[in-house]
Design a protein around this ligand. Structure first.
Ligand SMILES: NC(=O)c1ccc[n+]([C@@H]2O[C@H](COP(=O)([O-])OP(=O)(O)OC[C@H]3O[C@@H](n4cnc5c(N)ncnc54)[C@H](OP(=O)(O)O)[C@@H]3O)[C@@H](O)[C@H]2O)c1
Length: 233
């Protein structure tokens, strides 16, 4: 794969949502536009089923000039949407996640495969996952021709990609306020992270976009990402 780009927006105390009720707005218009430019450069956007159940995210490219630029490059208007699930609970073929935007790929654990195919195959491509975690997710997506992937969360999914070191870039947008709720999800949970004090990511840029601090980091040694195909003349 050419690019695995993790992207997340969090509060000052590291939360990526509140603990229920209304969806928490963390981003600004300027940050959103910049994040959509990253989306527009991708073949697919991946989220966990927890995010689909909570947010029903559109995962589209919202800005007409970014869509026009994709068309010029011969790309479809919107990236594909990938959701990972073990049991498929609460995924509904009639929901806007499945009905709006790019085509949907459901990566699901083997035991749920036939039930999910029966329920969702009118609205999505259903692909079996082994129990090999992030490496399995990336190899399935690479096999489907996805070369540039954006991973947008939530906590469980980001924790696995961060722990495995399976990314090239990490974009963190920090909103200058606190959430202060113990049960609210965080950017990442406890885990055996590859990047500790002695193995740091490299900061590529820090910007202020509409009162949001945007930090883009590079992983000097991405792990477990399938190689991009060699280009032949
Ligand atoms: N601020 C931001 O930038 C941002 C972005 C995205 C999401 N969020 C927030 O994040 C929260 C959701 O986070 P979350 O941790 O609860 O959920 P999540 O990471 O979105 O999804 C977790 C679910 O994904 C599936 N899954 C995870 N790893 C898997 C694997 N290796 N193989 C197969 N399936 C796997 C499982 O689905 P099943 O349970 O179906 O088996 C698991 O329960 C929401 O509150 C959302 O608003 C924030």
């Amino acid at each position: 794969m050419e690019r695995v780009h993790l992207s997340v927006c969090m509060s000052l105390d590291g939360h990526i949502d509140t603990d229920g009720g209304e969806r928490l707005v963390l981003s600004s218009e300027e940050d959103c536009r910049d994040m959509h430019a990253v989306r527009a450069d991708c073949d697919a956007i991946l989220v966990g089923a927890g995010t689909v159940r909570r947010d029903q995210p559109r995962l589209t490219v919202r800005y007409p000039d970014l869509i026009a630029a994709r068309r010029e490059r011969g790309m479809p208007d919107h990236p594909a949407k990938v959701v990972v699930t073990r049991n498929g609970d609460g995924l509904d073929a009639d929901s806007c996640f499945f009905r709006q935007g790019g085509p949907v790929i459901v990566l699901c654990a083997e035991p749920s495969l036939s039930a999910l195919r029966a329920r969702l195959s009118s609205a999505a491509q259903i692909v079996a996952l082994g129990d090999d975690g992030v490496a399995g997710i990336l190899s399935r997506l690479s096999g489907l021709g996805i070369q540039r992937l954006m991973v947008e969360g939530g906590c469980q999914v980001l924790t696995q990609f961060l722990a495995a070191g399976a990314f090239h870039r990490l974009r963190v947008a920090v909103a200058p306020f606190m959430v202060g709720r113990a049960a609210a999800p965080r950017l990442a949970g406890p885990g055996p992270y590859l990047h500790g004090p002695d193995n740091r990511l490299r900061i590529l840029s820090t910007r202020t976009l509409g009162n949001i601090a945007v930090i883009v980091m590079e992983n000097p040694e991405p792990r477990g990402i399938p190689a991009a195909p060699l280009l032949t003349a």
